[in-house]
Design a protein around this ligand. Sequence first.
Ligand SMILES: [Ca+2]
Ligand SMILES: [Ca+2]
Length: 732
Amino acid sequence: MTPLIYRKATIRVVGTVILPSFLTHETCARNMRHRHTFPHRLVFVLVVITASVEAAESDWRPIECIPADLPAEAMYERVRSADDFETTELTWVPLRSGQCAKTTLHRDTGEHHSGRASLRVDYEFIGKPDFEYIQIEGKADFATPGLGLGFWLKLDGTPFSLRLRITDSSGETHQTELSGSTESGWQFMAGPLNTRSTAWGGDGNGRMDYPCRLSGIVIDRPQKGFVGTGSLWIDDVAIVKSREFESRSLRVETQEKRFGNLYAVGETVTLRAAGPGEQVCWTAEDFFGHELAQGEGPATGTQVQFSLDRPGWFSCKLELVADGLPVDTRMFACAALNDGIEAARSDFVGVCSHFGQNKYPLETMDLMQRYGIDQYRDEIGWGGYERQKGRYALPDYAAAFLQRSAELKMRPLLIFDYSNPHYDNGGFPNSPEAIAGFTAYAVDLARRTRGTVPMFEVWNEWIGGCGMRGRPGIHDGEAYGRLLKPTYAAVKSAVPDLTVVGIGGEYGAHCAENILGAVRTAGPDAMDAWSIHPYRYPRSPESSDLVGEVTRIARRVADAGVKTKAWITEIGYPTHRTSRGSSPAAQARHCVRTLVLLQSTGVVEKVFWYDLKDDGLLRDYNEHNFGLIHHQHFNCAPKPGIVAMSVFIRLTGAAEFLDLSQSGDAYAARYRHNDGRDVIVAWTGKGQANLRLKGKIAAAVDIMGGALKPVAEWELSETPVYIVGDHLAVEF
Ligand SMILES: [Ca+2]
Ligand SMILES: [Ca+2]
């Protein structure tokens, strides 16, 4: 590092001059897409630069900012064409099986992306119970790794899930997700082969053994029971490969770099951006797209400054311009909380984390707490805890996170999970010896962490086989019950004040039946709560009937004699860039609505959102994009979702849920605080609706915690608002 050579300049405004537009550089203006207008005349700020010793050059530290998602067509280049549908002979065929929707293919000269024709796919979904999808098959070969399939697709706006199926040289089928949105109109869809896949058949090794060939393009229904007819078009199918970009990138630096980019209201963010080019343009805005500040400067180094004058989530778009074109666009995301910390806590809300997989920086625990979250669900696995048979030890990283957790007075829910190579060949613990071994591990871990860990959950997604990577053993509901019963009894007997959660997050079409299977062998009293994972992304909680689904499952579990309540130990909306991903704004909206709706059921005691932080950097892989905050590579910068959750906790955490009113697509939930003050959370599942409130309105707050005008009449949208007052009543 170079020591104190330069000193920071202090900028003092001494006057303003209005310059005509022809004197201003317009490069940035051309590239400021999404700006509605650009001023004809710029206010030019005359400044006097004086030397100062306030801060040294060495105070500037690099901060990795989030690269903008490029459109799919910019990310791939064509290697060769597979079919442009210009010849009259049609070689593509629909798969016909009991799982397929009725599909017919035509060469259509009335619609095309290029040339004179495309492939039209006419479909009819009739609502089959288990599976129903379209699979269209054509010829495309992939001789060597590094290739993918790309094509242009015209959709009708139905939010289908789009996947590729590839067959490798052994006959193993690999299924991957395609990058692209499900908006109507022509768009480029692409998928590399070397991405995460689910695989079946063939040699079963989970690897793409080359040469590979296209097995089909799969267009799956948006939800079970979907009924609909329509058409979509495909054109210009090609073998593609990832485009190599010139390594022209923006270098962004900050002073007083802080973990998580979390600020206090009233603070100013100062950045400096530079890169190989001519200019840097920047715009800072809030969650709602309202501009805070913008500017431009030389690419040798432009200072960026904006004040966080209200609570919320903010982003600063930074663009490097070279040869008149934007060559790199990055986003600095940050959050502002009152006093920089949320003091409220909630018994209802927690998050899932992966300290137990040694994948979270320890500081993430402090960050979680600053957002007002003190309950988190993590794990200390059996395999790592009992490395030598019969000898128990906490791995170092597990001891470290539990210690920090205790210092911060956090309330963890730990999962007793997965197999151990010393028992049942590393498979599901089925034998009496393995079940006794699992029980002994659970008891030892519960004793060792007494006073630090108040809650445990027995296994995670037993029937789905999560974490087991195809290891052997019986994993139906009954086998789970045989593990749960002795584990529950032994742990409760060793540490009676613990809460032990059964079922392990069951999910899917046969969720209730699977839980009943476990209750048959464990009995109805072997759980202080029972857990499910009712994921529904990208569908909204309202359109996918979250309340109905959870209520129906709870009724069947209660009918089987279980007296305890449900915990939702996972639910979430990943922000990956495929047809199954949600925008960060949608994640934030759905987070609040999901929490309120689950609370309204009366049968759900706690919700652990999945999950706190992005687990990796692949933008088209759901598992890397579930986070409410970004990956540590991006300094754990916030997504809007973490701020939305924090605001929800502040406004409802200490309140009692009263009731939920619904009128069409409009919803309003009432909470009451101990001092008699009411909080209304109101939104629509779709579109706009009017709401009128009776009572004494004291305050109103937006989803990001910003103040709104406290009025009685509201036009609701899909983004929830909070209204605070006394004796509030709802009228739609
Ligand atoms: Ca064509
Ligand atoms: Ca293989």
